[in-house]
Design a protein around this ligand. Structure first.
Ligand code: SF4
Length: 440
């Protein structure tokens, strides 16, 4: 057993990481699906979209081959509608709500149709939005992720000049750095950021981190308002012996490295255990397998009923050949010569309150790599250090995205602790509305 990189040929890497939800091959294929839509009154698909995209309207526009109109309908509600079409858990959102499910027929493939409409808009940089003349008002945004970009676009449309401070060297946040490469490519993420900023009035300053290169106080003095959209990022530790052993990594860093260093550079083990069952755990497990790991086992301390990932995500892992072990809680990682060799778990059962309780039985897995995907923690030090009211590091806001500091607003993952990209986009829209009310 060994951890090593460069396991596959260039062609194999390409195949393993190709688009998992490929676009329609022909326009006709898209039209056939679009024409199945029943244009429901009170469309449940729209109601279940956190950004409220008018789904029947954009599908109708596709059927009349009004692709620009369809792209506008999507993007006016969700400026990252292109990326969301690739990464949204649509089975529990729009497609899950489609009335065809009630008739036990295939739901309308809303995400693929959304992709069909938005991809060309982004690739060809269609100028669907215009910016009002500058009002002279200036807003600083921390973080060029979905929430920050969505807020920036909404503000810029109203003539506000926006500067986004981004700690990484690229924009897109979670979309660029935290999602499996077979769902969305870094190149698409870049094109989407370029599309959003092409409206003008949005300046992104890269490699600038709040608390390191810039301070909230300086931003407050230099801008009319500040929007905090720095997300979450710190991997939660398991708090068990052996976490320091060689071969134990966290899923956030693992996925970040895949996104930034290229597939051949990423070391992966022969026998990998992934702890957790959220979307990040699935993304880590499937990518470890696709990088050439011989055996990947997902270990979760509850049952399938409680898993945070969707059924569709679980199926991706199963199709990739990952094993799933339910009701196993990590107890210890043991090793030899400083390297992880075994993951020891308590076999558990759920009590009446759904809390895992050890049964006394032990299960062990031979490993050379353990990937921890036990969730992310807010930037508590940063939040507390800036005197922001918070709940264990999550910024507290009122109903209008306002923090405890006048003129400072917040939204997205740094407030909610980590939800979907689409939720962050909506938070950015809500916050832009609140900021506009504050400014004018
Ligand atoms: Fe069309 Fe399904 Fe939405 Fe009805 S629920 S409008 S059929 S996509």
């Amino acid at each position: 057993m060994a951890i090593r990189n460069n396991r596959l040929t260039a062609d194999e890497y390409k195949e393993q990481f190709s688009d998992i939800r490929p676009p329609f091959e022909t326009n006709d294929a898209a039209l056939v699906e679009a024409n199945r839509c029943l244009y429901c009154y009170d469309a449940p698909c729209t109601k279940s979209c956190p950004t409220g995209i008018d789904v029947p309207k954009f599908i109708k526009q596709i059927t009349t081959e009004n692709l620009r109109g369809a792209a506008y309908t999507i993007l006016v509600s969700n400026i990252m509608g292109g990326g969301c079409a690739k990464v949204c858990p649509v089975e529990k959102l729009c497609e899950g709500a489609c009335v065809y499910n009630l008739m036990e027929e295939e739901a309308i493939p809303i995400a693929r149709l959304q992709r069909f409409a938005t991809e060309r808009a982004i690739q060809e940089q269609w100028p669907l939005f215009t910016r009002k003349p500058s009002t002279g008002k200036k807003v600083a945004i921390i973080g060029a992720g979905p929430s920050g970009l969505s807020c920036a676009h909404a503000l810029s449309r109203e003539g506000v000049d926006v500067t986004i401070y981004e700690k990484e060297s690229k924009g897109g946040g979670l979309m660029t750095y935290g999602i499996a490469a077979y769902k969305v490519t870094p190149q698409f993420c870049q094109e989407e950021v370029d599309y959003i900023t092409s409206i003008g009035g949005i300046d992104i300053v890269y490699n600038q981190e709040l608390g390191k290169n810039i301070s909230l106080e300086i931003l407050q003095n230099s801008y009319d308002a500040v929007y905090l959209a720095f997300g979450v990022g710190l991997a939660r530790q398991l708090g068990i012996p052996g976490e320091q052993l060689h071969g134990v990594v966290d899923a956030i860093s693992f996925i970040y490295d895949i996104r930034t260093k290229g597939y051949p550079a990423i070391p992966v083990g022969d026998q990998v255990a992934v702890i957790g069952m959220g979307m990040t755990a699935i993304d880590a497990a499937t990518q470890a397998k696709r990088l050439g790991a011989k055996e990947v086992t997902l270990v979760y301390r509850r049952t399938q009923q409680e898993m945070p990932c969707t059924e569709a995500e679980l199926n991706i892992a199963k199709l990739d050949g990952c094993k799933i072990v339910w009701l196993a809680a990590p107890k210890e990682i043991t090793g030899e010569d400083g390297k992880a060799t075994q993951l020891v778990c308590n076999v558990v059962k759920l009590d009446a309150a759904g809390i895992p309780v050890a049964t006394g039985e032990i299960i062990t897995f031979a490993v050379d790599m353990v990937i921890k995907a036990a969730g992310q923690m807010p930037f508590e030090e940063l939040v507390s250090g800036n005197q922001l009211d918070n709940n264990k590091g999550r910024v507290i806001i009122d109903g209008h995205s306002t923090t405890s500091i006048k003129g400072v607003f917040a939204g997205g993952d740094c407030v909610n602790g980590g939800k979907e990209v689409v939720d962050a986009v909506q938070a950015g829209k809500d916050s832009a509305k609140a900021i506009l009310q504050y400014l004018f």
